[in-house]
Design a protein around this ligand. Structure first.
Ligand code: FAD
Length: 390
């Protein structure tokens, strides 16, 4: 039976970053991943282009991850506009209002994952164990234990699950979660534009669906649509030419010709909030703790913030010769992460519901809300500062 100080289940972007954040402080760390070594070392594009806040960029920079992302693959969001239905009125967020060059950056998820892997590759204190699912997890006051599908058993002082929003380990450790199924799917893809996007992001709330456009490098954009299942099936299987025309029309040809680049991807639209982020010698991080609706682009950003809080507490405990899995340390993490995530999680769900409800009263409320938000500078400032605070 192998012994570690910390075992992390899931080598997604958050799990890999967490292992980097703990490396070098004298702990022996294992990261267990069910995907193949190749899929982790060289992940393929998965349709997700991630809006990264200034704080997240700083954390990735400190960890050494940012340096592994090719600079010509990072684009900036200078302005963001929110539109309601066919109204031309837009709620606007300007980076220059906060004295910043950009509201945030955009990087493809697979490049973040690749960079996070490159960053921990070969570290003597991190064992990356791939191609094996964690089947069992349990803990007591002395240690935590896992059993892998190949029968191997591992022990540790602290077990951390970063196995995604539908976390099996969360269940195994007896932690329930609130799930909200929005009854829709997200379709994501990249498209090339005839005209330049000026680094402006759009969130358009149409009838029954939402459409977001994120400016990528060159003339490319990331398209994110939330649609009903039946419409998703049609859009996913539509011939390319017809798909291009369909999307152009949704934008009233604002960008001129739009051309699909690569595949279309779809994701279920379910947000998740764990009832507890901790257990005995156990913590949840990333989507396993808080799985956000992507409309406010905060899932990965929250994941990084959480892993930063937990790793900082663990490093402090190591320095002081204390326990890395004490109840007080874990409770500190839970309190801080709940305080950071709960208000925006609830607000995001409420926004997502309001803006995809096409009853007349909802449309009216949306119009009013956008106008109030545009004028009520404290609210706007709060949103912008969440994005740009470093
Ligand atoms: C369309 C879309 C757009 C998004 N846009 C943004 C955005 O703009 N900004 C933003 O901040 N966030 C965004 N997100 C959210 C972001 O992608 C997630 O928050 C982030 O990927 C979560 O990372 P994670 O490491 O917690 O989990 P995951 O990426 O889900 O990784 C979990 C890992 O655990 C592994 N695993 C699972 N179970 C086991 C097991 N039993 N044993 C071993 N391994 C296991 C999996 O194979 C996987 O590698 C978006 C999401 C979507 C779907």
């Amino acid at each position: 039976m192998k012994n570690y100080d910390v075992i992390i289940i899931g080598a997604g972007p958050v799990g890999l970053c967490f292992s980097a954040a703990l490396s070098g402080c004298g702990l022996k760390i294992a990261v267990i991943e069910k995907q193949s070594a190749r899929a982790i070392a060289d992940p393929i594009y998965d349709g997700r282009d991630i809006a990264v806040t200034h704080f997240s960029k700083q954390v990735l920079d400190q960890l050494g991850v940012w340096q592994h992302i090719p600079s010509d693959q990072i684009s900036e969001i200078k302005k963001a506009k929110v539109l309601n239905g066919t109204s031309l009125y837009a709620l606007e967020f300007n980076a220059s209002d906060m004295g910043k060059k950009a509201l945030g950056c955009l990087v493809s998820n697979h490049l973040i994952r690749k960079a996070a892997f490159e960053n921990i590759k070969g570290l003597p204190d991190v064992d990356l164990i791939t191609d094996v699912t964690t089947e069992e997890a349990y803990s007591n006051n002395l240690s935590a234990h896992i059993k892998l599908l190949n029968g191997e058993k591992l022990n540790c002082q602290l077990l951390v699950a970063s196995d995604g929003r539908f976390s099996k380990i969360r269940q195994k450790m007896g932690i329930s979660a609130k799930m909200q199924d929005f009854g829709r799917l997200i379709i994501v893809c990249q498209m090339e534009l005839e005209t330049y996007h000026d680094n402006v992001a759009y969130e358009c709330f149409h009838y029954g669906s939402t459409l977001a456009v994120l400016p990528l490098c060159g003339n490319k954009v990331s398209i994110i649509m939330t649609v009903y299942q039946h419409e998703a099936d049609i859009l996913m299987n539509m011939p390319t030419e017809q798909f291009n025309t369909n999307i152009e029309q949704r934008f009233s040809s604002k960008y001129g010709k739009m051309m699909l680049k690569g595949e279309r991807y779809s994701y279920p639209l379910t947000s998740v909030y764990a009832d507890r982020f901790i257990g005995q010698r156990f913590a949840l991080i990333g989507d396993a703790a808080v799985g956000m609706h992507p409309v406010t682009a905060h899932g990965f950003n929250f994941g990084l913030a959480g892993m930063h809080t937990l790793s900082t507490e663990i490093r402090k405990a190591v320095k002081l010769g204390g326990s890395i899995a004490s109840q007080s340390l874990l409770e500190h993490y839970q309190r801080a992460h709940k305080r950071k995530t709960k208000p925006l999680y609830l607000a995001t769900n409420a926004i997502a519901k309001l803006f995809t409800n096409d009853e007349q009263p909802s449309k009216f409320v949306r119009d009013i809300l956008l106008k109030i938000a545009n004028r009520a500078s404290p609210l706007k400032k709060m949103i912008i500062s969440t994005l740009t605070k470093s």
